[in-house]
Design a protein. Structure first.
Length: 71
């Protein structure tokens, strides 16, 4: 369980760092290729990562409830 929660936190931090680095890169790389990269790679990754985090949190809740009911 703690492992699942730590994985969610790790994903959140990794996504945060990636988006911060992307913002820095956009300061020097702002052309049609960078916009294409953002639209076709970063935005879907952001959406998918956040969805995965939500689902992992749901799984963690189910596991916690299952553990309580077994005790």
């Amino acid at each position: 369980m703690a492992s699942l929660n730590s994985s969610v936190n790790e994903m959140q931090e990794a996504l945060k760092r990636l988006l911060q680095q992307w913002e820095a890169a956009r300061q020097v790389w702002a052309d049609s290729v960078s916009r294409d990269f953002q639209e076709h790679h970063l935005e879907p990754l952001d959406t998918q990562t956040r969805a995965a985090q939500r689902e992992m949190e749901k799984v963690a809740q189910v596991i916690a409830q299952a553990r309580k009911s077994v005790k």
